[in-house]
Design a binder for this molecule. Structure first.
Ligand code: GJV
Length: 415
């Protein structure tokens, strides 16, 4: 320590984000998630000298976060304040309402089930401007619709309900679905909770908690199930724009910037990707299927799916594209299921698709096989975020000697 005085910082309290056993050396401090430590010196960007109850040792800097009170931590983990703040403005609601494919699908579900909805009790979780509740009230005759909304948009929702003369049927409730009280159980729980790559935002957790509290035995969830679909793909345009660009801009060699580009553009997934039909290397396959009636909150911590793609044409394997579908079962036995598909063969939605770029493109031949797994791991601290890990094995049987190539890459979304 004596020779590292220049690294000393005024002692500051930090909170431990992940447990660190500190077993690799005696100089390391063993700390547990949620502990508080005092940082005395930032020896390197990665390793800091810290103290816990009089014991000193090194801890990885990335495991620490500047300390705050317990409640603030709770708030931060969900980033609820920021989350609901963004839904207090019109911008996101306009985006969702302008998405015809999304909004019309929900309307179709209500139209198709209008007879069965007669006298039913409905909860619309995260009603936003109240569009689904208004569809319900206008196109069917439910006994009541409880429209639940946590953001400040709820003030306007009440106005819209009155303006459209639906206040007899729709009861707007302000608050989080986890906390509100309803006077009764509901027959149908409708919500539009899907985020990028299906799970991002983890609003689905609120839906499951509300289901367990308020859906009556045998009640119906809309959507009733959800699937995540994956396909190995080319992404020539995106690769050229962000990576090949540095090869010869204005006749100069800028390739030393490519590692930076890799970090900046390809380490996180690209939301808002529109995959072109010619970019797929194989037939898409469902890798996850969620049953909204049986799914448990604990299941959300880690989900794993498997895939085995038969490459259908030779090309460049740049990455994987993912999207989701949700299904709305009919309230009537044998009635038609309605599907909302956000894939490249359907009408585009505001979710578009999600692109996961490999670090390096790989040439693949027709008849190769790309098999592997996808794991969606919920961030233990930032509860609306997750990490997607893709593992792939490419086996090329057509080559003289069968070749094999494997890789793994993890993509934080967003932290
Ligand atoms: N309780 C009440 N309202 C909520 C909740 C909750 N737990 N979670 C989200 N909302 N498809 N990814 C509201 C949020 O304020 C917004 O108006 C709407 O639900 C989000 C729906 C679209 N987001 C999504």
């Amino acid at each position: 320590m004596e020779d590292r005085l220049e690294d000393l910082v005024p002692p500051e309290e930090y909170v431990v984000l992940w447990s660190f056993p500190g077993r690799c050396s005696e100089e390391q401090l063993s700390i547990s998630k949620g502990d508080r430590v005092i940082v005395h010196a930032k020896i390197t960007p990665e390793w800091w000298w810290a103290e816990q109850r009089g014991v000193f040792g090194y801890v990885p800097a990335s495991y620490l976060r500047q300390g705050t009170s317990e409640e603030e931590e709770e708030e931060d983990a969900w980033q609820d304040e920021e989350y609901y703040f963004t839904y207090g403005a019109l911008n996101l609601h306009l985006e969702m309402l302008s998405d015809k494919s999304r909004t019309e699908t929900y309307r179709r579900v209500i139209v198709n089930n209008s007879t069965s909805l007669h006298r039913k009790v409905v909860m619309d979780l995260g009603c936003g401007t109240g569009i689904m509740s208004l569809f319900c009230a206008q196109l069917a005759q439910p006994a009541v619709v409880y429209a639940v909304e946590a953001s400040s948009m709820v003030e306007h929702t009440k106005t819209l309900v009155k303006q459209n003369e639906c206040e007899e049927v729709i009861t707007v409730l302000q608050g989080r679905a986890e906390e509100i009280q309803l006077p009764e159980q509901v027959d149908v729980l409708v919500s539009e909770w899907m985020g990028n790559c299906l799970l991002f935002e983890f609003m689905v957790e609120s839906v499951l908690l509300a289901r367990d509290r308020w859906l009556r035995e045998g009640g119906t969830m809309w959507p009733s199930s959800a699937a995540l679909t994956l396909v190995p793909c080319q992404a020539h345009r995106y690769y050229a724009e962000k990576m090949a660009f540095w090869e010869k801009p204005y006749g100069l060699d800028f390739t030393p910037l490519q590692p930076l580009a890799l970090q900046e553009f390809f380490s996180k997934p690209k939301f808002s990707h529109l995959m072109e039909p010619g970019d797929r290397l194989a037939s898409p396959a469902d890798v996850l299927c969620l049953d909204m009636h049986t799914l448990q909150v604990a299941d959300l911590e880690e989900m794993q799916g498997e895939f085995q793609f038969q490459v259908e044409k030779s090309g460049v394997f740049h990455g994987f594209t993912a999207w989701f579908s949700v299904y709305f079962k009919s309230l009537e036995e044998g009635g038609a299921t309605v599907e909302l598909n956000t894939g490249p063969d359907s009408e585009p939605t505001h979710w578009k698709q999600t692109l996961f770029m490999l670090d390096e493109p790989i040439s693949v031949h027709a008849a190769s096989r790309i098999s592997g797994t996808i794991t969606l791991r919920r961030n233990p601290v930032w509860r609306r975020h997750l990490t997607v890990t893709l593992h792939w094995d490419i086996s090329c049987l057509a080559q003289e000697a069968a070749t094999c190539q494997a890789g793994t890459k993890s993509f934080p979304m967003w932290r």
